[in-house]
Design a protein around this ligand. Structure first.
Ligand code: TXA
Ligand code: MG
Length: 579
């Protein structure tokens, strides 16, 4: 989409400039676009009841108008007018979390022009808690439609200067409210049904939502982040800096809570080293392969301290640090993430190493954005880092994300092998795009689980060596217990054996149409194997457990052959193709 400069420069309005605020609000009301701060990120606002004004948002952002916008209000009294139904769940969410970093999706009323919602019959309503946001929206005297105020494709802005970089000359004004508190966009929850569905994780966590809605976590009907995306905007790549981004995992089981000025115990020092080590190793490795590389590191203060203790000046001369706070502080990391990515990008680094976190609170929202930024770029993705990204992403703004699950009994041999074989095929053929819209990228993941598996066990050692013999490595594999959430986050589920597919469907009838056994999948494609006498051979890969090495080797090879046959059909069923 072509962007046309409309102003010599965009006005920057300080939040204590009462006249300036009023002027900007009046201009917004009359059809101009104005950026404003919120507690999450800056928004690019226009009068939500004025279709022409809303079109200007898309022009300024440089993205086509097929991603729905959030409608911002300053008091709950406005909601009734904007929606046609407030479900009991919606009401609970409104009572519990508004004002705050949440967007509640409800059925829209006729007052809202269709370009606000990209033609959907639902609308996202959000009441920010940020004081400047509230004041500004209230001065506008209209509901304010606003996406994040970044240029399509760059990280969401958390400072007025970010907005200025992206929007100068394209919008009327920017209200400067300082740095955004949370730094990640709001939690988007679909509240049109009987249960809330988290479409985008944010500072309001799934657990909080479940508590407010009185739904128990973990039930199949409870809050799920994994329903089919309901918004068409999932096609657009967002949050991506120009540099490659790699996630450095926080080491498991390491806990450092260090009080200020406290002498570090030996144990704490060791913990610190555990946290910093992967950054140091990765930075050295990157420099070994390209001595001119410039590396950005988005990390906790302790990590930088350790780098400096090494006194390796050559290494340090290649590195720019962006410190978010204490290494273990996910709130600070979230607050700084977009700023950090933008800043390091401005410093023209080639590679950004960014801190990863594990957890299902704020960590989930943080990792959701970071994974988008780290979206695979070309080669260099080891199967291990690929497997870390297996959770299904809810990228409304992003690339389509799809995944295939392989299931067997205990996830120690067959399904783990299938996963790694399928993944290698995937990596060899990437990148992908949607078949019906080739401009849109697609990311494909694969995982495996066992109906009777425990979590976190190693793969069967005989299968590890059988696969090694034919070029696959599952030595890092850890078993996963299959269950509602695992099934939910995958688009296609392939069980190794017929009876396993039947068992899954018995427990989760909703999965009908997504679950197949290997045999039923191939048969559904008309691929029936016949022996020399023309008799149909039933395809059933026997579990090699307890058998000798040569049975394992044979099984691994057979599995590889079958998955190669299935591969193009799976891509087709996922709706994607090679670019
Ligand atoms: O924190 C935020 O939500 C920020 C600030 C400015 O409020 N806004 C924001 O807007 O992040 P945007 O356009 O960048 O993201 C809005 C998200 C998209 O993922 C969009 O697909 C989803 O909300 N969304 C909006 N309306 C929807 C609807 N009716 N149904 C489903 N998803 C919707
Ligand atoms: Mg956005």
């Amino acid at each position: 989409m072509d962007r046309i400069k409309k102003y010599d420069h965009t006005k920057l309005i300080k939040n204590n400039d009462k006249e300036g605020l009023k002027d900007a609000a009046e201009h917004l009301n009359k059809g101009e676009v104005v950026a404003f701060p919120t507690e999450t990120v800056y928004g690019l606002g226009a009068n939500a009841l004025d279709a022409e004004a809303v079109d200007k948002i898309f022009e300024a952002k440089g993205r086509p108008g097929d991603n729905p916008l959030i409608v911002h209000i300053d008091n709950k009294g406005q909601i009734a007018d904007l929606v046609s139904e407030i479900t009991p769940i919606a009401q609970k969410l409104i009572d519990a979390f508004m004002p705050g970093p949440i967007t509640v999706i409800m059925k829209k009323s006729d007052k809202i022009p269709s370009n606000v919602t990209a033609g959907l019959d639902t609308v996202g309503i959000r009441m920010p808690i940020n004081r400047v946001a509230n004041e500004f929206i209230s001065l506008c005297k209209c509901p304010v439609a606003a996406p994040s105020a970044n240029l399509s494709g760059s990280p969401s802005p958390t400072r007025a200067s970010h907005v200025m970089n992206d929007m100068n000359g394209y919008i009327y004004a920017i209200v400067d409210g300082g740095e955004s508190d949370f730094g990640l966009e709001s939690t988007v929850v679909d509240a049109t049904g009987e249960t809330p569905v988290v479409l985008r994780p944010g500072a309001i966590t799934k657990a909080q939502i479940e508590e407010a809605c009185l739904l128990k976590a973990g039930e199949h009907t409870s809050v799920s982040g994994n329903e089919a995306p309901k918004a068409p905007g999932m096609k657009y790549r967002h949050y991506a800096p120009s540099a490659d981004v790699e996630i450095i995992d926080f080491p498991k089981g390491v806990d450092i809570k260090i009080k200020k000025d406290e002498e570090l115990t030996e144990e704490q020092q060791r913990a610190l080293f555990e946290i910093a080590k992967p950054y140091i190793m990765r930075a050295k490795e990157a420099l070994a392969s390209d001595p001119f590389k410039r590396i950005g590191i988005f990390c906790g203060k302790e990590v930088k301290d350790l780098f400096e203790m090494l006194k390796d000046n050559i290494l340090l001369s290649h590195i720019e640090f962006f410190i978010y706070g204490k290494a273990s502080d996910v709130y600070s990391a979230s607050h700084c993430l977009f700023d950090g990515l933008r800043t390091l990008d401005d410093q023209k680094v080639d590679l950004i190493l960014a801190a990863g976190f594990e957890g299902d609170g704020m960590e989930e929202a943080y990792m959701n954005r970071l994974r988008k930024a780290a979206g695979k770029k070309g080669e260099g993705v080891s199967s291990e880092s690929f497997s870390r990204k297996r959770e299904k992403l809810y990228d409304h703004d992003n690339v389509a994300t799809l995944s295939v699950l392989f299931v067997c009994k205990n996830n120690r041999a067959l399904s783990a092998a299938a996963e790694s074989i399928f993944r290698k095929l995937l990596v060899a053929e990437e990148p992908y795009c949607l078949s019906d819209d080739r401009k849109v990228g697609a990311e494909v993941y694969s995982e495996s689980a066992g109906i009777y598996a425990m979590d976190g066990e190693n793969a069967d050692s005989k299968m590890i060596s059988a696969l090694k013999g034919i070029g696959y490595d599952i030595s890092f594999h850890k078993t996963t217990k299959a269950g509602a959430s695992v099934y939910d986050r995958n688009d296609i589920i392939i069980a190794m054996r017929d009876e396993q597919a039947v068992e899954i469907l018995k427990a989760f009838p909703d999965l009908e149409g997504r679950v197949f056994s290997m045999a039923s999948y191939l048969a559904s494609k008309g691929l029936v194997m016949k022996d020399d006498k023309g008799r149909v051979i039933s395809l059933s890969i026997p579990d090699p457990e307890g058998e000798n090495e040569s049975t394992y080797a044979h099984t691994a090879k057979a599995l590889e052959a079958w998955i190669k046959i299935m591969f193009p059909y799976l891509l087709k069923d996922l709706g994607i193709m090679r670019t």
